[in-house]
Design a protein around this ligand. Structure first.
Ligand SMILES: Nc1ncnc2c1ncn2[C@@H]1O[C@H](COP(=O)(O)OS(=O)(=O)O)[C@@H](OP(=O)(O)O)[C@H]1O
Length: 211
């Protein structure tokens, strides 16, 4: 990662979900700039895993659109072994065990340098979350309800300014497949103790369902 230079009075933001889970990244970022401010956006872990599965499936379909490929495996069959136990090594599930990754960041950065953003609230009520981010970054408050409108077709909030409206691309906010509710409950029970460990690390209870 090579960050572009910023002028005085400017901040530069760079994002990628893979930074969070890549072991060498916290130390590399500290070496680049030890006072950097970090935003960690987390969703309820089972929803995140289904989102990840949906993205991987969509990427596989675009990678080989003409070659006859076998029908995609279901999220349920990838997450659970035939005997019903959880496949903890399935990457979309493993990545949702947030405390496994966060502890490394906290070994390198003080807690106050990291803002944990609730990604489900960011979807439902972007203004409140963006305002929190503005405060954390020390920016003048500029964003308000006038900057967003709910787009019924997209099913998400989109940005609005004086000249145009802009939604995120179609790869953001894909429709998720229906997942067996019993599998969802089982996975939520599994994540329960992991979520508690994550809450302890961040000093906040995000109230994710455990059933
Ligand atoms: N306003 C708005 N419009 C569209 N999508 C929104 C919005 N706010 C948050 N999201 C959620 O962002 C999710 C995609 O984020 P990613 O982490 O995959 O993005 S990226 O990998 O960093 O590019 C994406 O996840 P999926 O719903 O699973 O597609 C969205 O739920």
């Amino acid at each position: 990662m090579q960050m572009p230079h910023s002028y005085h009075g400017q901040i530069t933001i760079e994002k990628s979900p893979s930074y969070f889970v890549t072991p060498e990244v916290p130390e590399r970022i500290r070496a680049m700039n030890a006072s950097v401010k970090l935003l960690l956006i987390v969703r309820e872990p089972v929803t995140r895993a289904i989102s990840d599965y949906t993205q991987l499936r969509a990427n596989a379909a675009t990678a080989s659109p003409t070659i006859a490929t076998p029908p995609p495996k279901s999220f349920e069959s990838l997450s659970l072994f035939p005997n019903g136990s959880i496949n903890e090594a399935y990457r979309p599930l493993a990545i949702s065990v947030y405390h496994n990754y966060l502890h490394r960041w906290l070994e390198v950065f003080p807690r106050e340098q990291i803002l944990v953003v609730n990604g489900d609230l960011l979807i439902e009520d972007p203004v409140s979350q963006i305002q929190k981010i503005e405060r954390f970054l020390g920016l003048e408050p500029r964003i308000g309800t006038h900057n967003f409108y709910f787009n019924e077709t997209k099913g998400f909030y989109c940005l609005r300014n004086e000249t145009s409206d802009r939604c995120l691309r179609e790869t953001k906010g894909r429709k998720h497949p229906r997942v067996d509710p019993d599998v969802i409950s089982k996975l939520r029970r599994y994540f329960g103790e992991h979520n508690q460990k994550f809450y302890e690390l961040i000093g906040e209870d995000l109230g994710w369902p455990e059933e």
